[in-house]
Design a protein around this ligand. Structure first.
Ligand SMILES: Cc1cc2nc3c(=O)[nH]c(=O)nc-3n(C[C@H](O)[C@H](O)[C@H](O)COP(=O)(O)OP(=O)(O)OC[C@H]3O[C@@H](n4cnc5c(N)ncnc54)[C@H](O)[C@@H]3O)c2cc1C
Length: 557
């Protein structure tokens, strides 16, 4: 078995696109380091995550020449993939809902990728939950079956289950107005809040715990309702109910995985950008957003190069943009301070596994497995510290990407991949915060090895038949996330989805600075599709008329 405890994932030259010769040929023309010399652009998008790529592709389709700037050496943000000899993993895409043509988001994605991005269903069950004392419940791909599964597990709780479904419907029906209101800022934004966002807003301002407690007294049913809190990163006492309800709604008709792996998302969206005269520059670190006479006019890169355009969209996270890319006088303005003080969602570690053998015979499948070691869902993070003995993690989220992708070729040695994710406190990695990637020192490597061994043993306790097939193991830490995607405090989902976050009236696609717009998950909500919606809002704020026309066209289909 190979292990890679001395380096973070992505540490080798790992442009996931180099995996397939065909893919290489087709993607070489959509991004590079230098860009196209002498080209001018209508819009600059900072960050090539799902939000940035969506904004860029929408603007491109409306005739704008867009330049996307990405600090990592491969595009995609949390949708990028990395590889090691024989194996390739995604870093932030395990299950995505609402991507078929039955939903507006699916139709839009199809339009933006010219039908090139395909999705494979994870099957009739997409998430399996395992609790202490052999309690198991499956989350299936239909609302009727989901209702039936809940009722079978909690036969006396029909009124509570019905009420939960009703609340999910209520939140969902208020979302269109809520999102539209987020496009505008200032007085118009406040008016839009009053007129369009009120219905959903009340659910954004209540905690999940509060609402679930009003539905049922059964703590186990409450835990099962909120079992997917890991998809938004905040336990019931801190999360707002609207996000809990939106995640339930998101997966009511099942979950999907990109055919060809998550890297296909960037390949398809950035092709659209390039096809319309735009380009993506990788390994291109934006250091500052240039503000002149109160207006955003361009960006300065790490090497001093300045690039100008009439529209600047930051998809690097609103909080991160404020703290890292804007001048200090702007950082001190009331709107900026109110955002800067919002807490991030937790950080995570991920075990990346490579197997040789038929892992389906050992219990693995396309569905994700959530192993809860406790019914106490408030035990959210793995409480690790370099000075203390390492306990078990309260929950493991396990995914087998190679089994989800119909294009995966296991080859003669039947190679497969696995991933195990759990939340950790960012503070546990503070001692090495200022160290450099691959040069973090022996104390870091030692801590990482301990975490890796402990997590692996806990995982293999649940799926022991996988042990003899294990061929490769390595661990990413929040410092890896910080290095490759740069969210504040290595956060898995950006800002924590608390009621306070959603009461903040400045988190919008339009900023108070003319010419500067925001995109990505912090504008709308978490996840691939949440970030995509943030991308839609960012593009709508930057170019309202044409984008609204496109959205109307998609809606009619
Ligand atoms: C372990 C994990 C599992 C997940 N699982 C799922 C899942 O199963 N389903 C799901 O829907 N979602 C999942 N997510 C969440 C989802 O991937 C993200 O919410 C979403 O992709 C975020 O997109 P974004 O565009 O907002 O941000 P990001 O993807 O973070 O993009 C921001 C980009 O900006 C770049 N950037 C930052 N600063 C600069 C700068 N100064 N100059 C240039 N570029 C810069 C970054 O490098 C990055 O590429 C998961 C996330 C993680 C980490």
């Amino acid at each position: 078995m190979t292990t890679a405890p001395t380096s973070d994932p992505n540490s080798q030259s790992t442009d996931a696109n180099s995996q397939s010769t065909d893919a290489n040929k087709s993607t070489e023309k959509y991004w590079n380091k230098r860009g196209k010399q002498g080209q001018t652009y209508d819009a600059i998008v900072i960050g090539s995550g799902m939000g940035g790529m969506t904004s860029a592709a929408i603007l491109a389709k409306q005739g704008h020449r867009v330049l996307v700037l990405e600090q990592h050496y491969t595009p995609g943000g949390f949708t990028h993939m990395f590889k090691r000899p024989h194996y390739i993993w995604d870093v932030g895409v395990h299950a995505v809902g609402e991507v078929t043509k039955h939903s507006m988001t699916g139709r839009l994605l199809d339009d933006l990728t010219d039908g090139q991005l395909q999705w494979a269903s994870l099957g009739p069950v997409y998430d399996e939950f395992y609790y202490p004392n052999d309690f198991r419940i499956d989350f299936p791909d239909s609302p009727q079956q989901f209702h039936a599964n809940l009722l079978a597990a909690f036969p006396h709780e029909k009124p509570a289950i019905d009420r939960y479904f009703q609340l999910v419907r209520e939140v969902s029906s208020g979302m269109r107005g809520y999102y539209l209101a987020r496009v505008k800022s200032g007085f118009l934004g406040r008016m839009a809040d009053l007129l369009m966002a009120r219905k959903a807003q009340s659910y954004f301002e209540q905690s999940t715990q509060e609402v679930l407690a009003s539905i049922t007294h059964d703590p186990k049913l409450r835990a099962v309702f909120a079992a997917q809190w890991g998809y938004y990163g905040s336990p019931p006492s801190r999360s707002c109910f609207a996000i809990q309800a939106l995640v339930t709604k998101h997966f009511l008709h099942g979950a999907y995985y990109p055919v060809g792996g998550a890297k296909r998302i960037a390949e398809c969206l950035l092709k659209t950008v390039a096809d319309h005269g735009g380009w993506t520059r990788i390994s291109t670190d934006v250091q500052t957003i240039l503000i002149e006479k109160g207006r955003a006019v361009g960006v300065r890169l790490g090497d001093g190069e300045e690039i100008r355009a009439p529209l600047i969209l930051s998809a690097a996270g609103i909080s991160s943009t404020l703290q890292r890319l804007l001048p200090s006088d702007i950082q001190e303005q009331t709107w900026a301070t109110s955002i800067r003080t919002l807490p991030p969602a937790p950080a995570h570690v991920c075990l990346y596994l490579g197997f040789k053998g038929d892992i389906t015979q050992a219990g693995a499948g396309p569905a994700n497995k959530w192993f809860y070691e406790t019914w106490d869902i408030e035990k959210d993070a793995w409480l690790i510290s370099p000075e203390q003995p390492i306990p078990d993690a309260p929950v493991l989220y396990c995914s087998f990407p190679s089994l989800k992708d119909p294009h995966h070729d296991p080859g003669p040695e039947t190679r497969h991949t696995g991933e195990v994710v759990t939340f950790v406190p960012w503070q546990a990695f503070q001692p090495w915060r200022d160290s450099r990637w691959k040069k973090r020192g022996p104390s870091y490597e030692d801590f990482k090895t301990q975490l890796q061994d402990k997590l692996l043993e806990q995982f293999l306790r649940h799926l022991p038949a996988l042990r003899p097939m294990l061929d490769h193991v390595e661990l990413s830490t929040p410092l890896s996330t910080d290095h490759f995607c740069r969210p504040i405090h290595g956060s898995i989902y950006g800002l924590e989805p608390t009621p306070t976050r959603f009461k903040n009236r400045h988190l919008r696609a339009s900023s108070p600075i003319p010419g500067l717009f925001f995109s990505g998950s912090e504008v709308a909500s978490v996840g691939v599709i949440g970030a995509m919606m943030g991308g839609v809002l960012g593009a709508t704020a930057a170019a309202p008329g044409p984008v609204s026309k496109l959205l109307r066209k998609i809606n009619k289909r």
